[in-house]
Design a protein around this ligand. Sequence first.
Ligand SMILES: Cc1cc2nc3c(=O)[nH]c(=O)nc-3n(C[C@H](O)[C@H](O)[C@H](O)COP(=O)(O)O)c2cc1C
Length: 368
Amino acid sequence: MSHSDDNQPTKFAYWVPNVSGGLVISNIEQRTSHDPQYNVELAQVAEAAGFDYALSQIRFTAGYGADEQHESVSFSHHLLANTTSLKVIAAILPGPWNPALAAKQLSTINILTGGRVAVNIVSGWFRGEFHAIGEHWLDHDERYRRSEEFIRSLRGVWNEDTFSFRGDFYRFNDYALKPKPVDPQPEIFQGGSSRAARDMAARVSDWYFTNGNTPEGLAAQVQDIRAKAAENGRSVKVGINAFAIVRDTEEEAMAVRDEIVAKANPEAVNAFGHEVKNAGKASPEGEGNWAKSTFADLVQYNDGFRSNLIGTPLQVAERIVALKRAGADLILLGFLHFKEEVEYFGRTVIPLVRELEAAGEARAIAAE
Ligand SMILES: Cc1cc2nc3c(=O)[nH]c(=O)nc-3n(C[C@H](O)[C@H](O)[C@H](O)COP(=O)(O)O)c2cc1C
């Protein structure tokens, strides 16, 4: 059963490596850098390669890799200032950010960049980080209640002439933001897969980002969210994470994946697993991100091996189309050697996806 709008080409995003250490907790060589100049060049390569979005990360402290972390909003603006069509999604964590500052900051970046900034509202998984910066660590579902108020506040500030809001976490009194953002207003993404995350997506988000998964695992979430969103008279788009290893042969690609896992740092991977499972424990249904992650899954921060974009360009393109059929509107990609692999992906995989999409459309028209 098809869920996504099959007429829309699949969108592609990459993880901005704005923190050090890459996207796998492994000692394998990674030709990647969190250096600003590397990132500007990467954004330019990605834009030329056919990527639509770049997603920045927000981390306040080191832990399980990520020894150094550049801040997400200012870093996103730097990438936007050095590109022309790429959209950059700035990660924002309620708690450290309050919605009045975030709405004003993003509105200014929206104006500076002709509407190319978007936002990813994350709800937090790293208790040690909250402790380090003196932020209260709320219960899992309370974190989502706060994130939902945060998103409602952003929309209110951006859309209403004068905005008033009485929430449990935030308050506004006839607040008039001027100037307002230009069209398109920043799209609102969110990260997280638990019941609370899905319900929040169905109520307020434009996009739902989930960890790596199989087409079947993704389809179950998509059906759930689409049904709930429809009850609210809304629709939500879906992005899925994947760690892509595309090589000329399947054997080469599988060997790279095996080497990443073999060279994983077991202490760091297990500590990360403990932290994220602990963060999700209060999610009553136990279906959040990482609920079912194995050791090998956890070597990639967001279960990116589970989407299985590991193989030849054609295999990977076919699996992307299968994820699209399961409801994915966007594929979010991590790589071992970012700049060279983003370029290779754009040259080899994206054109094959476009061919498969066109063939699917032609079949659908013939069947009518
Ligand atoms: C694509 C994606 C990106 C995320 N980016 C960040 C981030 O930059 N910083 C952060 O603290 N958490 C990030 N998260 C974590 C989520 O905000 C959330 O805490 C986590 O997925 C657990 O949520 P759950 O229990 O609802 O599944 C991200 C999650 C996803 C899926």
